[in-house]
Design a protein around this ligand. Structure first.
Ligand code: RP5
Length: 174
């Protein structure tokens, strides 16, 4: 586990190590913002006891937000949410014959009363899960909130630069 300055930490869970190539994008964001994180493979179907124990102890173990990713019949985010009142962000991973659409529906279609914040399929969704976790932690951390604002400004500058490059290539003025 990483040891960082911002108080609180994020758990990044995934149903299989085969989910890592997508879930890595969530961890990349946490590292960019210097947020402490821990990563575990655990499965709602294959290791249900491990998932229950982790989720039940997550708050007392110092976690503030949980990101959970899984593919196919992706029960992990919902099962984690059932065993904790910490916010859970669910990432549908592209796996199997339906390429993540099955996981998207499993993650998004939670019964009323148990909430999972579902993001998009795959590594773009995992990146957004990381950003959402950072924004949640920034609610009680002014310095982190300023970093999120800087991130947004840099992104806008990059779009502006790419706009200018494309317009120049196309011979367009202004
Ligand atoms: C899901 O089944 C996992 O989250 C993974 O996306 C998918 C396939 O798992 P493996 O057979 O690759 O371990 O539970």
């Amino acid at each position: 586990m990483t040891d960082k300055i911002v108080s609180g930490k994020v758990a990044v869970l995934m149903g299989s190590d085969s989910d890592w190539s997508a879930m890595q994008s969530a961890v990349d964001v946490l590292a960019e913002f210097d947020i402490a994180y821990d990563v575990h493979v655990m499965s709602a179907h294959r290791t249900p006891g491990v998932v229950q124990e982790f989720a039940e102890k997550a708050e007392e173990n110092g976690f503030s937000v949980i990101i959970a990713g899984a593919g196919m019949s992706a029960a992990l985010p919902g099962v984690v949410a059932a065993h904790t009142t910490l916010p859970v962000i669910g990432v549908p991973v592209e796996a199997g014959a339906l390429h993540g659409v099955d996981a998207l529906l499993s993650v998004a279609q939670m019964p009323p009363g148990i909430a999972v914040a579902a993001v998009g399929i795959g590594s773009s969704g995992a990146r957004n899960a990381g950003i959402l976790a950072v924004q949640m932690m920034a609610m009680s951390d002014k310095k982190l909130a300023d970093e999120v604002k800087k991130y947004r400004s840099k992104m806008a500058e990059s779009v502006d630069k790419r706009n200018q490059i494309l317009r120049r290539q196309l011979g367009l003025q202004g």
